[in-house]
Design a protein around this ligand. Structure first.
Ligand code: SF4
Length: 257
């Protein structure tokens, strides 16, 4: 990959790289994805760093802030993908852990004509507020009923942060997808029902529930404890609360509720 960038050129990707962007810590770049920003052909950048410690995290190698992909390599890649990709997704780790650098990256990406999307758990709502005007779409992780957050994330104020982030995203009008990963031991059926009800009462019409997958999870014990959890009966109860909810495949043999 060539990294020859000409400072001072007219094109946004070729301008001199501001120090805050030069310091961005990226742990990976996926050159093409059709699922990370639904309906778009995207590249995905994985930010290093996250202040939370969810046991089921499948990117724990990024927690400490990997810096494997320098921004000039990203800029060069995007320059060569003009016309082939229409969007760039900033994922993680947690992009809000380095919001200043992500803000600079979003400005460059937008200037270049790509749509912008971000995956976040809303760990820092004030930082999120600064980024929202720069985003065309946001995928917001909702982990549990807000009162139960600390048990999942290991962070005492995480429930407050997530609730504030949700309020901001809903008020912003930025198109979004709310999604929840369900590990049967961390989020039992009663909590799933409570969460969907809580979100419905906040005006959320659609939540995407995803089944926990062990790939990338560093906690082998947690992987072993996961059981099928979505019975047809539970699916029916969830749809009764939120008709547009998106559910993974049911199993007749899910753990007793
Ligand atoms: S918020 Fe996301 S990146 Fe951070 S620990 Fe939890 S799952 Fe992993």
């Amino acid at each position: 990959m060539s990294h020859h960038l000409r400072a001072g050129a007219d094109e946004p990707l070729l301008r001199a790289i501001p120090p805050v962007l030069a310091a961005i810590r990226l742990g990976g770049l996926v050159p093409w994805s059709s699922v990370d920003y639904p309906g778009h052909q995207s590249a995905v950048l994985f930010c290093g760093g996250c202040p939370w410690r969810c046991g089921y995290c499948h990117n724990s190698h990024l927690w400490r802030g990997a810096a494997d992909v320098p921004w000039p390599a990203v800029a060069d890649f995007l320059r060569r993908r003009r016309g082939l990709l229409d969007a760039v997704v900033i994922s993680g780790g947690e992009p809000l852990a380095q919001a200043q650098a992500v803000e600079a990256a979003l400005r460059v990406i937008r200037d270049e004509g790509f749509a912008t999307a971000m995956h976040t758990a809303g760990v820092a709502p004030r930082r999120l507020a600064r980024l929202l005007p720069l985003l065309d779409w946001i995928g917001l992780d909702i982990k549990a009923p807000f009162a139960r957050y600390a048990a999942l994330t290991g962070s005492r104020r995480s429930g407050w942060a997530a609730r504030a982030a949700l309020d901001m995203v809903l008020a912003s009008g930025v198109p979004c997808e709310l999604r929840t990963t369900v590990h049967s031991a961390l989020l039992p059926a009663a909590d799933v029902i409570a969460l969907v009800t809580e979100l419905r009462d906040l005006g959320v019409a659609r939540l995407v529930l995803k089944d926990f997958r062990g790939q990338g999870c560093a906690d082998a014990g947690l992987v072993a404890r996961h059981r099928p959890w979505l019975t047809p009966a539970l699916a029916g109860r969830l749809r009764a609360v939120m008709p547009e909810i998106v559910l993974p495949a049911c199993t007749e043999h899910a753990a007793a509720l």
